[in-house]
Design a protein. Structure first.
Length: 328
């Protein structure tokens, strides 16, 4: 299948994060040291406030940090089971595009992904150039990477992450020359941990300004890279935050936050997403337009009581928290 017109461009990084509006004026992400913060302080300052941060020294203690440097190790400690592989960039917000755009990009995405034996994928990491990515490989029973499940874990201040709601506790992303387009998570908190290589990340808050700027782009194009700022002038005011997640570090990505991710070189790299459940007062915070839209989709389903409970709890939590601050 031929590429849609929006993707039929030279392969010289047309998706580059440097093309995003105001890239040269990006703000900085907070940084913390995993070895000098407590779980309580992390939850108080970042999780409860829905704020991202770069966590230095987050996963250097993982066995994976040493072992996964060698592709031979991955071959010897894995099953040669199928993984889903792509060699192209795929938009991540197709579902919110106009019907015609959605149909075109969905057909394209379906043509890009293919199943491949894991060892064949690993061999391809050092052959050729351009994107070569196995996204979201799970450590579930019988999977290709199940034998390496004990190579990953928690963080120094959060050794036990706790049960997540929808995502698995850990999933891996193995790649060469990787780019993941702008998207957000509708449930669960994520530590994007770099095991091998480094990635650049741009991130935007889930506020009204970002929603008003990005929504027309999504509806008309189904993608958020290489934005035509003249066609979509609202994007000219966006102010992303930027960070580089180096080996051993992790980026804490709160629920609903927009983010796009690009590897810094074309060498083999490995990322592991470690997740834990979003607090109810955050997931039910309808001040975010994304939260409102996500929760509204479940309002007339069997999950309606849970939606109502989340929204009510969030409002009560914010009220109680405001009273505590006022009393202090």
């Amino acid at each position: 299948m031929s590429l849609p017109q929006s993707l039929a461009q030279p392969a010289n990084k047309f998706w580059s994060l440097s093309r995003f509006p105001n890239y040269t004026r990006c703000g900085a992400v907070d940084e913390i040291d995993a070895l000098s913060i407590s779980r309580a302080d992390f939850v108080h300052h970042y999780v409860n406030r829905n704020r991202p941060c770069l966590v230095r020294n987050a996963v250097r203690h993982w066995p994976a940090f040493e072992r996964w440097q060698a592709l031979d190790y991955l071959v010897r400690h894995s099953h040669n089971k199928p993984v889903v592989v792509r060699a192209q960039v795929v938009p991540e917000v197709i579902g919110w595009a106009r019907p015609q755009v959605k149909a075109e990009l969905t057909a394209y995405a379906n043509s890009v992904y293919r199943d491949m034996p894991f060892h064949e994928f690993l061999a391809g990491l050092t052959a050729g150039s351009g994107p070569w990515v196995a996204d979201s490989c799970r450590f579930s029973e019988g999977s290709a990477i199940e034998p390496m499940k004990d190579d990953v874990g928690g963080l120094p201040f959060m050794p036990t992450l706790g049960k997540s709601l929808a995502y698995p506790a850990h999933r891996s992303f193995l790649y060469r020359d990787s780019y993941t387009d702008w998207h957000f998570h509708v449930t669960d908190e994520t530590f994007m941990a770099q095991v091998v290589g480094a990635k650049e990340v741009l991130i935007l808050p889930p506020d009204e300004a970002a929603w008003r700027a990005l929504r027309p782009v999504i509806e008309d194009t189904g993608r958020l890279y290489d934005i035509d700022t003249e066609r979509f002038p609202g994007t000219q005011a966006l102010q992303p935050l930027r960070t580089v997640v180096g080996p051993g570090d992790a980026l804490y990505i709160p629920v609903y936050w927009w983010h796009a991710v690009q590897s810094l070189d074309e060498a083999y790299g490995a990322t592991v997403a470690a997740t834990f459940r979003t607090p109810l007062h955050v997931s039910g915070d309808i001040r975010s337009p994304i939260a409102r839209r996500v929760l509204r989709t479940y309002l007339f389903s069997r999950y309606a009581p849970l939606v109502a409970a989340a929204v009510g709890y969030s409002m009560a939590w914010r009220l109680a928290n405001g009273l505590r601050r006022g009393a202090a």
